[in-house]
Each structure stands twice: as C-alpha cells, then as structure tokens.
Design a protein around this ligand. Structure first.
Ligand SMILES: [Zn+2]
Length: 226
C-alpha cells in the first residue's frame, strides 16, 4: 500500500499542526511495514517560508527532519515515472508525450476549477500584467505544483494521496474519474487503512493505470480514413 504525503501533510507534521496526530499514526504504520510512505520531488519545491534566505534543499531537509520522515523506506524526493496508457480501441499500451500533456491539462482544469489559470505561464503573466510579478509567479507555481504532485503520485502507482488542502479535497469527486486510487485527508486515510485486512495484499504486477479512448496511432488511422 503506497501512501503519498502532500506538501501540506509534511508541513503539518513538521509544525505539529492538528492533523499531525493522524499523520504520526501513519508514520507508525510505515515503521511497522504496513504501508510505504512517499513524498514527491515536486512537494519540496512548494511553500517556501516567507522571507527565507536558505536554499530550497536546506529548507526541504529541515522540514523532513522536523516531520520525522528520516526513516528507512520512506521514499523522499520521489520522481515521477513515464505514464503508460491503455488504448480502448486497439488494446495497445503506449507512452506518449501528447497523451501526457492531455492528462496534465485535464488535472489542471479540474484543480483550477473556476480560477482562471493559464497552462502557459507567459499567457498567464500577460493576463495579469498589472499585478506584482512575485504574486503572479507564486500563484501559478502553487497551482502547477499541485498538478504535477498528483501526476507523480499516479505515475509511480500510489494508492492513497493524503492531503489536508480543502481546495483539493472538494474536487476529489471530479478527480476520481481520472486519478486511480483515493484522495483522502489524514484522518480518513487511517479509517481507510483500518477497513483493510492486514497484511495488505501485495500490489499486482505492473499494470497501466490510465486508459484513453484512442491512442495516437488509432487517432491517426481514423483521421487518414476520413
Ligand atoms: Zn489504439
């Protein structure tokens, strides 16, 4: 059972916020070998304290230590992998940059909701040309760190994405259509794990997690047939 901690969960642990009570229990379960905790690479770029002079990796290391995540088997700075897609039309498995972009656009659209955030930073900057550059950069980065963090989690086969971010949680019904596994807050994660019989079943062999109606080849074939 692969459990991913979102940035706000790591911060909650480091700062001993109310959710830390549940998160520490997750750390215990990791220690007991019942689950495997991961924190994505992108998560460490996020939420740099205001006015911090230290380099990002120094801040990240301090946060990891404060959160108590320096433990065996915790996958820190975990990087995303290539996403494989199953084509519903021809049954092929495919890796495709265009499909990756489409997937990122889809997650972006759900997470942005009614907020107007352009996929392209230049366009976003042009639209908010009268606002402070620092503010514009921050809001664009925060949003895309969320998008990328979730994609990383999907790419390595994460089962539960743990976040306390209400903005994130309120969109999970829509996200569930395109994100395998569950998106839960720390308390719900414990409840979910309690429902499972231990030891947890071993994960199945490698399987593609995403499927698309048509791979590029099928789309091209159809296009040429018209
Ligand atoms: Zn196909």
């Amino acid at each position: 059972m692969d459990v991913t901690l979102d940035t706000n969960a790591v911060i909650a642990l480091a700062k001993n916020e109310p959710d830390a009570e549940y998160l520490r229990e997750l750390l215990d379960r990791h220690r007991q070998g019942l689950i495997t905790l991961s924190v994505g690479r992108v998560a460490f770029l996020e939420a740099t304290p205001k006015g911090a002079n230290e380099l990002p990796h120094v801040i990240a290391e301090k946060r990891i230590a404060d959160a108590g995540l320096n433990m065996d088997r915790v996958q820190l700075y975990r990087a995303g992998q290539y996403l494989a897609y199953h084509c519903q039309e021809c049954g092929a498995l495919t890796f495709d940059f265009e499909l990756d972009r489409g997937y990122a656009l889809c997650i972006h659209a759900i997470l942005a909701g009614v907020k107007k955030i352009d996929f392209n930073y230049y366009e976003y900057r042009q639209r908010r040309i009268n606002d402070l550059e620092e503010v514009v950069q921050k809001s664009w980065h925060n949003h895309f760190n969320d998008v990328l963090g979730l994609i990383e989690h999907v790419s390595w086969g994460g089962n539960i994405f743990v976040t306390s971010d209400h903005d994130f949680l309120k969109k999970r019904r829509k996200l569930a259509v395109v994100v395998p596994g569950k998106i839960l807050n720390p308390k719900e994660t414990l409840e979910e794990l309690d429902k499972m019989a231990f030891p947890l079943p071993a994960p199945p062999g490698w399987l593609p997690r995403l499927s698309v109606p048509q791979c590029m080849r099928c789309r091209m074939k159809r296009h040429l047939a018209v």
